[in-house]
Design a protein around this ligand. Structure first.
Ligand SMILES: [Fe+2]
Length: 277
């Protein structure tokens, strides 16, 4: 399916206090807000000197042109008054989603928006190599988190996906620790609006990424965006994929032994290249 130039749609977590849009097939698009590069290509901000934004990185712009991009998200806080009332705007307390979450921690999560697929080499995503050798398909999922000041957003080290975070509002830190114990923190990555941290994980197997113990910790009230790359696998198709798209998911074509699937969902039709079985 061809996407029109500068095709814009709202992300599911956009609300009265935060605009959040997805822009696809970007060409000469004037962006106003925090722009996240959701593609594997470097994009350029127009200027007297064009400046690059690396894949999975971000920049804060004031009505400035992005020359060309496959896909970007643009987020901007519009209203500070009652910004923290996210639970009254549909966000969920994380303790209601994850039973093991501390019962007194005020961490809230927005809805999740799946914004399409991307072909990425996990080793390139993690910066363990610079050339693409083992590309695979991922679904890109976006969601936002909110916490008030001085919130411990839980030390963890397990993710079945690749993740980075972009600070949207407030200030905080991504911390790494030797153990699941805040007294063992050994690195603080300071998060300020518009900044995306480097990936914390390394590739340790097929669809296996090893993370150090880490957590987000707010200094002041913060909203931060999670950008997650979830691998599309045969198991995914057999379970999640068929649950989500049962009657309309079908093989689309075969090319050089690789099976492509055409998937229809609420945001359109896309083709997913699956790994060989
Ligand atoms: Fe994490």
């Amino acid at each position: 399916m061809s996407v029109s130039i500068n095709a814009v749609r709202s992300l599911s977590f956009a609300d009265s206090h935060m605009s959040a849009i997805l822009v696809e097939n970007v060409e000469g698009y004037e962006a106003d807000g925090i722009v996240v590069n959701l593609s594997t290509e470097t994009i350029y901000v127009e200027g007297e000197v064009d400046t690059p934004v690396q894949p999975w990185r971000s920049v804060m712009l004031r009505s400035k042109i992005i020359r060309k991009a496959d896909k970007i998200a643009v987020l901007k806080i519009k209203n500070l008054e009652n910004l923290g009332a996210v639970s009254l705007r549909g966000w969920e307390w994380f303790g209601d989603i994850y039973d093991g979450f501390p019962r007194q921690t005020p961490l809230y999560m927005s809805s999740i928006d799946t914004v399409g697929t991307v072909t990425e080499d996990p080793f390139v995503f993690t910066r363990e190599r610079t050339t693409v050798e083992a590309p695979q398909e991922f679904e890109i999922k976006l969601k936002c988190w909110w916490s008030p000041n001085e919130t411990d957003c839980f030390i963890h080290n397990e993710h079945p996906f690749l993740e980075v975070h972009t600070q949207i509002h407030g200030y905080g830190r991504m911390q790494k620790s030797r153990e699941r114990d805040a007294s063992t923190v050994y690195e603080d990555v300071i998060m300020a609006p518009g900044f995306t941290h480097e990936p914390f994980c390394i590739v340790t197997g097929k669809n296996e990424w090893t993370y150090p113990w880490h957590r987000y910790y707010t200094d002041v009230e913060s909203i931060w965006l999670a950008v997650e790359l979830h691998p599309i696998t045969w198991d995914w198709m057999k379970t999640v994929g068929r649950t989500l798209f049962p009657p309309r998911t079908r093989p689309a074509k075969k090319a050089r032994g690789t099976l492509w699937w055409q998937i229809r969902h609420s945001t359109g039709v896309f083709s997913a290249q699956l790994p060989s079985r």
